[in-house]
Structure formats: structure tokens, C-alpha cells
Design a protein. Structure first.
Length: 288
């Protein structure tokens, strides 16, 4: 019976090292060969991040959650909508934080709130609009726009009457009409009456001025003046306008009303027919 050493389970390899201290068997000097060292396990899953990301601390997460509770998609959307209408104090109260945090957050997202005087004016306008909306509701209208449409378009009320009913200033009514783009298509009966009275008063003033001018020129009425200037003296309309100080359209209308233009044409035609024809010294007839 032959007794010997058991067979080796590991394959041996000759370790040859060059002068530059590299092992020709594939491993570094003093390390096991590649057949003994197992290869690294392959990665089966890979995480890819695209589009960027933002790291939020606890305070930013709380502000974002509060903005989402108020109906906004994120904190930036809330600030964009609110910072043009509310001051730092109102924003801090709504988000349950401090004005210092709000100011820093606005600077971080690149937003600048309007000046305080402008914000104060906007606040006063909002308060006025809320009061007027409540007043319109007491009158039986669901909102302020419906009330203004009924009063201005439907019943043709003048603006002063609307302002009196709402208990506000006339400028406020005009601002609301511009805001809701309510335009009156025609004048009210009261406006037409006022305009008619104004035109009548202006006509009386012009009549008095013309009568005074006729008296200065020695005439008692317009008919005798026009008959003298147009028929007897043959003045042009431009010359009569300059003397009487009236407009051309009005003057031509008065001449046509008195029938003086046709009479002037007939008068000039008769004068031309009665005028003797001039003879040339040699007895020849003049050229036409």
C-alpha cells in the first residue's frame, strides 16, 4: 500500500516577477493570484438623476406644505401670487413664520415685492371692493359685476346715481367699470336731456353774439344783411364769414334757407345779359 500526500485542490502557478516589480501571472507581488481572488460583483441597479433637485430643510418643507394647504402647487407659486398683493407682515402671518424668513425666501427665489405705499393702496381698494360687494348683495345681486351691469347697461343709470346708491366716490365707480370692462353703448335719457340743454344754451349765446355784430354793422336782422351782401354787393362767402365771424357751414345753410344763392345766380345772369358788349377799335367783334 502506497501512502502519499493528498492531491492539491489549488492549481499552482509560477510567480515570476520582473525587474519593475510586476507579476507576470497577473497579480501584484505578494498578493494571491487572480484564480484565488474572486471578481467584484456586478451592479444590477443604477440611479440616474436628471433635471436637478433641491434640498429642503425642515423650515422650507413646512412653508411648502402650508402653501399647498392654501391651494398652491409649491412655495414659489404662492409667493408669485401673493407678494404683489400683500406685504411681508401679511405673508408671514399667513405662513405662520417671521418677516425675516419671508424676506430671505423672496430673495432666494428672486422676487421683489412692490413698495409699501403701493401695497397700502391695493389693500384699501380690496377693502372697498369687499364693502361694495356686500352692499350689492344686500340689494339682491350675487356679485358686484352683476350689479354694475344691471345699473349701467340695463337701467341706464348715470354714474352719479350708482355712486350714491353704493355710498362711494365717482372715481371708484369708474375704476370698477374699467376693471369689469363694462361699457355703455348709448347715452341715458338724462344725459341726452343735459346735452340738449347745453346745445340750446350755446345756440342762444351764438345768436346773441351774431345779433350784436349785425347791430354794429348797421343791420336789424340776418336776412337784410345777407340780401345786401350777397345780392346787392355780390360778396363771396369767405368775405361774409370774415365780417360776420361765423362758420362756413352755418353761413351756407342760412343763405340756402333764405334762397339767396339762387336769387344771386339769377341776378348775376340778368346783369351779364344787360351789360353792353365791348367793341374793338377796328370794328371787329370781340373773341368769345
Amino acid at each position: 500500500m502506497r501512502v502519499g500526500s493528498p492531491p492539491s485542490l489549488v492549481r499552482t502557478s509560477v510567480q515570476v516577477t520582473s525587474e519593475m516589480r510586476f507579476s507576470l501571472s497577473g497579480g501584484a507581488p505578494g498578493t494571491p493570484s487572480a484564480c484565488i481572488t474572486p471578481p467584484a460583483a456586478q451592479t444590477l441597479h443604477r440611479l440616474t438623476v436628471s433635471g436637478g433637485f433641491t434640498v429642503l430643510d425642515a423650515q422650507q418643507r413646512r412653508l411648502r406644505n402650508r402653501a399647498m394647504e392654501l391651494g398652491f402647487t409649491d412655495l414659489r407659486a404662492y409667493l408669485v401670487a401673493r407678494c404683489q398683493q400683500q406685504g411681508l407682515t401679511e405673508l408671514a402671518q399667513e405662513l405662520d413664520t417671521t418677516t425675516t424668513v419671508i424676506r430671505g425666501t423672496l430673495n432666494h427665489v428672486g422676487l421683489t415685492p412692490p413698495p409699501q405705499p403701493e401695497l397700502s393702496a391695493q389693500g384699501r381698494r380690496r377693502s372697498t371692493d369687499q364693502r361694495l360687494t356686500a352692499q350689492a348683495a344686500q340689494l339682491g345681486f350675487p356679485d358686484l359685476e352683476t350689479y354694475l351691469t344691471d345699473r349701467i347697461i340695463g337701467q341706464q343709470w348715470p354714474l352719479a346715481r350708482v355712486a350714491t346708491e353704493l355710498g362711494t366716490h365717482l372715481r371708484t365707480v369708474r375704476r370698477l367699470l374699467d376693471h369689469y370692462q363694462i361699457r355703455r353703448t348709448r347715452q341715458t335719457a338724462a344725459q341726452q336731456e343735459v346735452r340738449a340743454r347745453a346745445r340750446g344754451a350755446q345756440a342762444m349765446v351764438w345768436q346773441a353774439q351774431r345779433q350784436a355784430r349785425l347791430a354794429q354793422l348797421g343791420f336789424t336782422d340776418l336776412a337784410s344783411y345777407l340780401h345786401c351782401r350777397v345780392i346787392e354787393e355780390g360778396w363771396s362767402i369767405r368775405r361774409i364769414r370774415a365780417e360776420l365771424r361765423v362758420g362756413r357751414a352755418w353761413l351756407v345753410g342760412q343763405i340756402d334757407q333764405f334762397g339767396l344763392r339762387r336769387e344771386s345766380e339769377r341776378h348775376h345772369a340778368r346783369s351779364a345779359s344787360r351789360a353792353p358788349s365791348r367793341q374793338r377799335p377796328d370794328g371787329a367783334s370781340p373773341r368769345p
